[in-house]
Structures are given as C-alpha cells and as structure tokens.
Design a protein around this ligand. Structure first.
Ligand code: CS2
Length: 464
C-alpha cells in the first residue's frame, strides 16, 4: 500500500455489505473533510469470502447507488486490510490492542451478540461463549471485545470505544451488557475497569443494502470497466445517529459529513426499528407467503402496500414519540418511496431470515404497548402470525420454505407437533416474554387462523 494512505485507527467486526455501504463511507468522507488516521481494518468472524474477493483490488471497492431512475458508482478506499478471525484469532486481538486503534465497531447481526433477545442479557450457555470462557483465543464477537480489552488493560492502554451498528434496541447498552457479563466471568477486575473506563455509544443505522448478487458483479464490470469481486449495492438514502460518548472524545469528525451526533439515540432508534424494520419484517413474511420475491414487488401489490401504510398510520405511529426534527407521517411516506424503489431488489427471503432475533424489537414491543393502552392491533398481530406460518416451513402452495434462523429446527418441530401452533410458538421464551405470550394469545391466534383460512394476501388486503 502506498505510504500516503491513512494508518489504521478503526477496527470493524463482521465486515459485510452493510458496513461497507454505510459506516465505512461516512468514515472515508470524514477523513476527506477533516483528516485523521482512520483507516479501517475489517474482520470477518466466519469465512474468508469477503477478504479473498476484496484482496484482489487491494481492499478498495465499488459502491453503487441504485436510485429509482438510474445508478451511479463510487470507488471507496478506506479499508486497509481484512483479517479472517478463525484463521488467526491472535492477529485480530493484536490489531484490536494496537494503541493507534480507538474505535471497534460491529455489524455481527442480532444473533452475533450471543444474548437472549427477549431479555438482552448474555446467554452463558451459548456454545461460542462456553468456548470463549475456556480459551484465550475467542470465537464470538463479545469474546474478541473482552480479550482485546483485557490486553489493553494489561498493557496500560486506554480502552477503545465499542460502536454497535446492528439493528438492536439500545444496541450500546446491549453490547455493554454482554461484554460486562462475559468479563465478570473471566476476571472481575477487568469487568470493573471496563465498567468505569469503557464507552459503548448507542447508534441508529439506516441504509437499505441488499446482498450483492452475481449479476451485480457482472453489472459493475460493465458499468465501470473495473473487475470488482466485492461491490456493494445501496439505495440513495442514508442516516446515522450516534450517541456522542467516545473514550476520551476521540473519533473521526463524523458530524462534518451528516452523521447526527446526539445525546439520546432512543427516539431515533425506536422510530427506525419499529417503522422501517417492523414494516420490512411484516412485508417479508406476508410478501413471501403471497408469492412476492422482493419488497419492491410487494409494494407494487396494492393489498400489501395498503396494509403497510395502515400499519404505520394506525398501529406504529400512535405508539411513538417523534425524535427531535422528525415528522413521523412524512417519515412513513418516505419509507413507502424507499421500499418501492424498483432499482433495489431486496428479497423478502433475505429479510425473513433470523426472525426469532428480530421480532422482539421490530414488532413485539409495539404490539405489547398498544395492547396495554387498549389499542387494537390486528396488523401487528398479522405480522407475528405470518412469521409463525413462515417458520412452519411450508408455503401456501405446499412447497417447502428454506427457513434460516438459529432456532429454525425448534420452531419447526414446535409448530409441527402442536394442535395450536401459535400457542406453542408463543411459549418460546427467547422471543416472547411470559406477559407477551398471555397478551398476544387471542389476537395472534385469530390472525393465524385467518392466514390458514384465507391466505396472506387476502388477510393483508382485509386490513389495507
Ligand atoms: C432489513 C434491514 O434485512 C433486514 O432485516 O430489515 O437490513 C434493513 O434493510 C436495514 O436495517 C435498513 O437500514
């Protein structure tokens, strides 16, 4: 690499398309605007695919913006290197313990936190956590954070800021909680140091970034004349709201490039998780069951777009406090446009993945608050029931569904063996709290029966 590239100051765990199309671009722009050594070291926690593809172009990549009326491409150079954790976990720890590194960000998806989604606490029986308790070379994201912080403490260094960029409610508090829970089991003094010196700002991240498909790679080669094995495809919109609480205040000048640096992320995060992601998951299950391949296809169907508009208006917005400067009706209208963007081929099947980890923050919190306030919520109940039909593993034409979820096998057997699948699934405590199971029994069972009798499309249309 030429010497004029910035030194590494930031490590990212879980280097997927989302971070490369969102956080990495903001960091690159912040360096252009205000300087600083914020080159990024990417870490893949599982497989070498991204590293191998990116290495061919010295870790530069194309970011393609897919607008409703056409595309534009940019070449992004901010990632300096990519490590594959299972190949050499020590090299990852050494990089994280480097004094020049000040921020470690994560996109490891909901399940990567090894926590119980219903409670937000570390699951000490998770196989990777059990491994990480007994071995100094970790496998899990919490394990890497704790062991690297331990090295920094032992060397007399300051901790790095831990920046969760996953779609979890209070993601800063969740990652802090799992790190502290694990550190306590390893070394209480370490846990006490992290508790007082560590910083875990909460963030709200937003940009629709469908998985890169083989035809996208071919498209980029034709459009740019450059063979790039790892381009990212994204919509024009982007938003990043960050709680401004970094270790010793050290961070790139993100505020200069449109990142909202705020004191309290919670209202932004509720708005985004419940309105964007809640609607996405509802459209994913109802859309898949209705035979729609992508979100844009589902939005082109008046039954589903009418359903989702009514879901926002009557069931989600009434339960939200608008964040400063945001108008929720306008936000919903903008979401409808973003979802309808025909340039974005975001598969319902992709969003349907890992529902057991996503449902609590996307749909269940709103449903419980509405029921407690006496607001009937047939659309939220239908979204939950559609998830139940989906994890049953058979579509409305009797064809198998390839369900991807850490709990897939258990959900399937509970559903198969039950007289009432909704009742059996409501008892899964990783997803539903006992109070929710009680409160949801009637509306979710009614919605489920409707799905069995009438199918997803008709059920949605009746609520459009
Ligand atoms: C989607 C999100 O895959 C999913 O579950 O709902 O990835 C969504 O596209 C992003 O959160 C948008 O910011």
């Amino acid at each position: 690499m030429p010497a004029d590239k910035p030194a590494i100051g930031w490590v990212h765990l879980g280097l997927g398309a989302f971070f490369r199309a969102h956080g990495a671009i903001y960091v690159a722009e912040a360096m252009q605007a205000s300087g600083g050594d914020w080159g990024i070291l990417g870490v893949s926690l599982q497989s070498p695919g991204t590293r191998d593809a990116m290495a061919k172009s010295d870790f530069g990549y194309t970011a393609v913006e897919l607008g409703p009326d056409g595309q534009s491409s940019r070449w992004i150079e901010v990632i300096r290197d990519v490590l594959v954790a299972p190949e050499n976990p020590q090299a990852v720890l050494d990089a994280m313990a480097d004094p020049a590194v000040h921020v470690v960000s994560l996109t490891v998806t909901e399940k990567g936190y090894c926590h119980n989604p219903a409670t937000g606490r570390l699951n000490p029986d998770h196989p990777d956590i059990r491994h990480d308790l007994e071995n100094p070379l970790p496998r899990s994201a919490p394990g890497f954070l704790v062991r690297a912080l331990q090295m920094r403490k032992d060397r007399g260094l300051r901790p790095f800021t831990v920046l969760s960029c996953d779609n979890l409610p209070e993601n800063g508090r969740v990652v802090r909680g799992v790190v502290l829970d694990l550190a306590k089991l390893i070394d209480p003094d370490l846990a006490a140091w992290i508790e007082t010196e560590g910083r875990f700002p909460a963030t709200m991240v937003d940009r629709i970034v469908p998985a890169t498909k083989p035809e996208d790679i071919a498209f980029v080669a034709t459009a740019t004349g450059r063979a790039d094995a790892a381009p990212v495809m994204h919509e024009p919109f982007r938003q990043w709201v960050i709680e401004d609480d970094f270790v010793d205040g050290i961070r790139p000048d993100l505020g200069a490039v449109g990142v909202q640096m705020v004191r309290d992320v919670t209202p932004f995060e509720h708005m985004k998780l419940r309105m964007l992601n809640g609607a996405h998951s509802s459209l994913a299950y109802l859309g898949y069951l209705s035979g729609h391949e992508t979100i844009a296809d589902a939005m082109a169907d008046p039954a589903l777009s009418g359903f989702v508009r009514a879901l926002w208006r009557d069931e989600i917005i009434p339960a939200l406090d608008p964040p400063p400067g945001e108008d929720l009706a306008a936000y919903a209208a903008a979401l409808a446009q973003r979802f309808s963007n025909p340039g974005i081929r975001h598969r319902t099947w992709q969003i349907a993945m890992d529902g057991s980890q996503k449902l609590p923050q996307r749909l269940l919190a709103t449903l419980s608050e509405n029921l407690a306030a006496g607001r009937a919520s047939p659309r939220l109940a239908l979204g939950v029931a559609a998830w139940m039909r989906y994890v049953g593993g058979v579509d409305e034409n009797g064809q198998p569904i390839e369900v991807k979820d850490p709990l897939a096998a258990r959900l399937r057997s509970l559903s198969d063996g039950a007289d009432s699948p909704p009742e059996a699934l409501l008892a899964v405590t990783e997803v539903f709290t006992p109070d929710q199971a009680r409160a949801f029994a009637e509306p979710v069972s009614a919605a489920y029966d409707g799905l069995v009798a009438d199918g997803a499309r008709k059920s949605a249309e009746a609520l459009a």
